[in-house]
Design a protein around this ligand. Sequence first.
Ligand SMILES: NC(=O)c1ccc[n+]([C@@H]2O[C@H](COP(=O)([O-])OP(=O)(O)OC[C@H]3O[C@@H](n4cnc5c(N)ncnc54)[C@H](O)[C@@H]3O)[C@@H](O)[C@H]2O)c1
Length: 260
Amino acid sequence: MTLTGKAAIITGAAHGIGRATALRLAREGASVLVADIQDDLGHDTVRAIEAAGGIAHYVHADVGVHEDVRHMIERGVERFGRLDILVNNAYWSKPGSVVELEEADWDRAMAIMLKALYLAGKYAFPEMKKVGGGAVVNMASVHGSAAWPNNAVYETAKAGVINLTRQMAIDGGPLGIRVNAVSPGWILTHEFTPTPDTDAWVKRLYAVGRAGQPEEMAAVINFLVSDEASFVTGHNLVADGGLSIQLQDSRNLAPPGFSW
Ligand SMILES: NC(=O)c1ccc[n+]([C@@H]2O[C@H](COP(=O)([O-])OP(=O)(O)OC[C@H]3O[C@@H](n4cnc5c(N)ncnc54)[C@H](O)[C@@H]3O)[C@@H](O)[C@H]2O)c1
């Protein structure tokens, strides 16, 4: 157990990577505040943690709303008496090119995926300072270093997450707070039925030959928030099964059969 006595807040912890991370950090001994807008699923995460002998509490927090973010941090400190770990994981996005995307959808997506991280840091840092420091993980994506058709706001927000992480690391350093980002490749968090085409695509583009599991991201996050990563801050840890290596493989930049 690497996190005994620590208190963590995880946003978007009702489902997917957030849920797996909540279960993992609780297993490592942390008390976990599960924050989400899907209340039933959020309570379910708490029940799963408690059934495994861990400590957790649920809070309804729409991280796209300033007051909810403030309340979420307050609630965590009130419940567990301290704050050591923050995982900014929640997300909502809408596909669309810059022409198609409605302004309201751009604003909401940016509020949830980017502004929420700044707000959570604003209220979490003073609490972490009180206990001598802490660790923050911001969920970015391989899409934060890429461009993808009809995905203007997601790609932009995740690129912002990577640089906001560096800013937060600079701000947090003197307070003993480390801040890192994780950029996953494709992680199987939703129902998905593979086809021969998707199988071939994954085998070609992922060096490990498969998509990832939420528990594999939870393991990466657990490392970054633990003392094992005490000299790691401002880093964007790409955990993508080798996808980005393949994208940088120059053979993927030219059609088959082309020679220079
Ligand atoms: N799954 C992937 O392939 C993948 C790849 C790269 C990056 N990521 C990133 O990892 C993170 C988690 O992704 P996932 O696939 O586990 O997502 P998911 O859809 O399984 O879960 C997202 C959670 O966020 C919650 N949420 C949505 N809006 C919210 C709001 N306003 N306030 C609070 N909670 C809210 C949802 O209710 C849900 O529980 C995201 O930041 C995502 O961008 C995922």
